[in-house]
Design a binder for this molecule. Structure first.
Ligand SMILES: [Zn+2]
Length: 90
């Protein structure tokens, strides 16, 4: 149990490092917003439900089915450990 938890922390740390290299992180979500997204709730509008987009490397693009805000997220199972808002440019 202890070993599983420490290895999970190492994985999260490595994923965060890769995520920071992959993106500018200018629109990074707060810890509170990450908790909301991990439970399937949009931190923008409170809608419960995301459409999954393309996955690239350690991250995946998802879109809120309510306000259509897109996010680039890094997750382990259902737990989202890093996320950023993507520009609403289209
Ligand atoms: Zn939304």
């Amino acid at each position: 149990m202890t070993d599983d938890r420490s290895s999970e922390r190492l994985i999260i740390s490595a994923l965060k490092d890769q995520f920071k290299r992959d993106s500018s992180m200018r629109n990074e979500l707060t810890d509170g917003e990450l908790v909301m997204m991990s439970s399937g709730v949009c931190p923008n509008c409170g809608y419960r439900g995301f459409a999954l987009g393309p996955r690239g490397g350690a991250s995946i693009n998802i879109e809120c089915c309510g306000c259509h805000q897109r996010f680039n997220v890094c997750n382990i199972g259902w737990a989202i450990v890093m996320a950023q808002r993507l520009p609403m440019d289209d």
